[in-house]
Structure formats: C-alpha cells, structure tokens
Design a protein around this ligand. Structure first.
Ligand code: CA
Length: 364
C-alpha cells in the first residue's frame, strides 16, 4: 500500500515537473492575486560580493527563500557598490530602489540613534543573549518601532559572535600603553577608546592592511580570526588581543521595504521571516566553526602572539562604556526606551549566564 502511494506521489511530482510549460506559466502570470504569482527582488548589501560570512550570509538567505518558495520569490543579491554604495543600503531599501538590504544597524546611527543597540554595543550582549532579547525579550518590537518611520521592516540576519579586540603593533600592558595609540575602531567602541586616551579612527575594511603596513594606524580591530586572516592582518601586526569588548556579538540586519513585504502573500511573508531566522543562526555557526580553525593556524603557523587585554584596561573600558551608553540613552526618547529594555535584559541574563554558560565554560 505504502509503495503504491509513493508511486502515485511520484507520478504527481513528475506530472508537475512536466507541466513547467507555456500554458501553466501563462495562467500563473495572469493570476496576480493568487498564491502562484512570482516575485523578483533585489537585495543591496554593505559587503563585497560573497565576502566570507558577511557576504555569503545574504546569499544563503536568498537560496533558502527560493528553495522554500519553489522559486516564487527570487532575490538577486548585490555586493557593495554594485547597485548602491555600502553605506546607502538603508536609504535604498527605504525608498524602494531595492526591496531588501543586508547591513549593520549601527551604520545608521546618524538617522536612527537607537540603531546601535540592534547591532552591538561595548560590554553589551553576546550573540546568544542578543537573540534571546530580540526574539523573546521585546527587542524585535522596539527595532520595528525604530524603523517604522522609514517604511522598513528589520529582521536579524546573522551574527559574528564575540569579536577580537584587534591587532596591535605593540604590547598593551597597562592603560598607559593606550595613550596616543591610533586605532581603527568605529562606533561607540571608538568613543570609549578615545576617552581611554587613544585616538579612534574609522577606515573601511578593505584599506586596513595598507593603513597598518604604512603606519597610518598603530592598531585595528576588524572581526575575528576567520575574516582577519582573509585580510592578511597577521602580516602587519604581531599582537592579537582579546576579548572584543567593543563588539561582543554583532547582529547583522536584513531590512525589507514594507510596501514590498505587504505585497507578498502570507506564505511568502512567513518564508522571508523564517529564512531570516535560519540565516541569522547559520552565520553564527559559520563564524564559530571557521574562527576555530583560523585561530589555530594564526598561532601555530603564522607565529601570531595571542594576548588578553590586562584586567585594569578592561575594567576602565567597562567603566567608560557605561558612561557612553548612558549618554547615548539620553540622546533621544527612542534610544532611552531601547536602552531601558536592553539594560534590564542584560542584568537578568548576566545573573542566569553566571551559573549556566559562564560557569560551565570555566568548569570544562
Ligand atoms: Ca568589528
């Protein structure tokens, strides 16, 4: 009986396959309200096409959507500058130049000050904690509220995990060694670094190798072993410091033009949302797996000196980070609202993780 049913099913499948011909396509094209309408979307990104992790993440998302929708929603992913410049992704999706974007929310701090909390902030949440706050702690609703005035729907679309503190051309033994140090470290982390006595600069990822090599900067952070090795940063600095206090679990964002999203039937909307969740987790898994291997190679083959930032340096950076976050919270009402939620969640999850993740990792 089972075999007969399976055979019958195969016949149906084959018949469907054989029916991908003009008459059926014609009826699909004519059906503009039904579930068979097909959509071709564009997605602009802030990363080089297929860059490890950041660029392969949105490609993974597009593949999942196409497979889950049986080709009814196809998304073409553009690398940075192919359709719009890296830092115009937000505007391009907001004004409908593209239906979707993949980027980092903290790039839009000038337009949406609260956006920094949806990527990562100094001494903020780990990837696991970010996802818990976003999906089950009220974070996602606040993110949606912050982007609503721009006609955008945000979705979490990847996470780098805890980053590295960065590459330094000299050892950091105390706070004094930070004084006057010129480091590429963007965002709120840069603001904190500046207050600790350093000089923070912002340079695009692709220019970091040359900036270090020519001595324009003394230090730089980027992401972690997998991405940093790809840029060859181990060839221009000897000391590789951890932990990445300034970006403890950076969430990447997928943005969707609200009008475009509303034009999709409910099942395709669900596919977009669920493919985003898959892509969000997949990127973290990819970083975790590749960082392992890359770190091993950097230390064992490339002779990189791995160092932990001294406790007093981390303590000072933590203190300054709290100041900077409090000021950020006071910048505008939405930032205040988001920070209140974020801060309460961080305090609670810290208590829980002290006896779970942290205690276990220390005991292992
Ligand atoms: Ca970084």
């Amino acid at each position: 009986m089972k075999h007969i049913l399976m055979l019958a099913w195969l016949v149906v499948l084959t018949a469907c396959g054989a029916d991908q011909t003009a008459p059926l396509q014609g009826s699909m094209a004519g059906d503009t309200t039904g579930s068979q309408k097909t959509f071709q979307w564009k997605m602009v990104t802030s990363w080089p096409k297929n860059y490890p992790g950041l660029g392969t993440g949105p490609e993974y998302f597009a593949r999942q959507v196409e497979a889950m929708s049986a080709g009814r929603l196809k998304i073409h992913v553009y690398g940075a500058n192919e359709l719009v410049p890296a830092l115009e992704v937000f505007d391009a999706v907001s004004n409908g130049t593209a239906e979707m974007g993949h980027s980092g929310a903290y790039f839009w701090k000038g337009k949406v000050p609260a956006s920094v909390f949806f990527t990562s902030v100094p001494f903020g949440l780990t990837a696991q904690e970010m996802n818990a706050w976003l999906y089950h702690g009220g974070g996602m609703a606040l993110w949606e509220e912050a982007y609503a005035p721009f006609g955008l729907i945000p979705l979490a679309g990847g996470n780098s995990g805890v980053q590295m503190a960065g590459w330094f051309n000299r050892e950091i033994n105390s706070l004094n060694d930070i004084k006057g140090l010129k480091m590429r470290i963007p965002g709120l982390g840069g603001e904190v670094f500046q207050r600790a006595g350093g000089e923070a600069v912002t340079i695009a990822g692709g220019e970091l190798f040359t900036a270090m090599q020519t001595g324009v900067i003394d230090a730089t952070e980027w992401v972690g072993p997998w991405n940093d090795k790809a840029f060859g940063l181990h060839r221009v600095a000897k000391y590789y410091y951890y932990p990445g206090w300034h970006e403890p679990g950076s969430t990447m964002e997928l943005t969707v033009n609200k009008k475009a999203f509303d034009s999709l039937p409910a099942d395709l909307q669900a596919i977009v949302r669920n493919a985003a969740r898959a892509a969000n987790q997949n990127m973290l898994d990819e970083y975790t797996a590749h960082n392992n291997a890359a770190l091993k190679e950097l230390v064992e083959k490339d002779g990189v000196q791995l160092r932990k930032l001294p406790d007093d340096v981390l303590a000072r950076l933590r203190e300054l980070s709290e100041q900077v976050l409090e000021e950020q919270a006071a910048a505008d009402p939405m930032s205040g609202k988001v920070y209140a939620s974020f801060k309460a969640f961080r305090a609670n999850v810290k208590t829980w993780h002290a006896v779970s993740e942290q205690a276990y990792i220390e005991a292992r």
